[in-house]
Design a protein around this ligand. Sequence first.
Ligand SMILES: Nc1ncnc2c1ncn2[C@@H]1O[C@H](COP(=O)(O)OP(=O)(O)OP(=O)(O)O)[C@@H](O)[C@H]1O
Ligand SMILES: [Mg+2]
Length: 263
Amino acid sequence: MSSKPDPRDDTAASQGDAAVLARHTELGYAGQPVLSGLEFEIPTGTRVGVLGPNGGGKTTLFRALLGELTPLGGTLEVNSTTATVAQTDRSRLDYPVSALDVAVMGTLGRLPWWRRPGRRERKRALGALEKVGLADLAGSTFGDLSGGQRQRVLIARALTADAEMLLMDEPFTGLDNKSEARLETLIDELSSSGHTVLIATHEVEQASRWDLVLCLNKTQISFGDPAVALSKPVLEATYGGHIVEIPGQPDLGVLPAHHHHDH
Ligand SMILES: Nc1ncnc2c1ncn2[C@@H]1O[C@H](COP(=O)(O)OP(=O)(O)OP(=O)(O)O)[C@@H](O)[C@H]1O
Ligand SMILES: [Mg+2]
């Protein structure tokens, strides 16, 4: 009667509940490596800040996790259904689609080619919009929403697609403080409900509040608990020495210099 899998069949699932396992991984384009030496294991349900300078390899890693790039060397094991939360492309904001339409698009990959999304899919999408706190704006035109709201609609789309792991590529860019705080809270909630969330960011201080950090600069500089993996030498190696200290926080309060603004 029971069809429970025999745990002994599990031999291939190497490291318990790792969402991602990288071993000697090398990534690149047309055979040319741009990111190498990846050695990390990301447990399911964690929030991981991915830090690195422009060109450091953050987006390349995300593309590999999505299966768009095959490692040039080593292995990259992904044990989670994965979706990306792209930056909203301003040139596409003229389409007269609603927030709900965008969230419904997350169901398309699950449907056979001959089926259009119907009531069930709309219900799933609405549930996802509710999770991101936007149920009341389901009927609003996507392009009329704020940047932070659009970002959350795209997270809802990933949830509608049943993604266990969400890849957010610089999701805070261009958000005001309030939207940023809401998105941070949402990331915490997603993680609490079992989602693994990888966030590429330039904000070191923000990343220090998450579970793990991965510092990349063409190679893996460090990985682990932010308290350990975000030392000053690590940040210097990550950002090439162009860092400044935040006054009063000499140990952790270091930021890439080009992101240190006077407000
Ligand atoms: N399609 C591509 N073909 C060849 N090289 C590429 C391609 N995409 C990226 N690269 C190169 O790979 C390296 C890493 O780029 P990547 O976009 O992953 O960096 P990033 O950390 O996301 O940077 P940013 O902070 O600017 O978004 C760069 O040297 C870049 O020029
Ligand atoms: Mg990038």
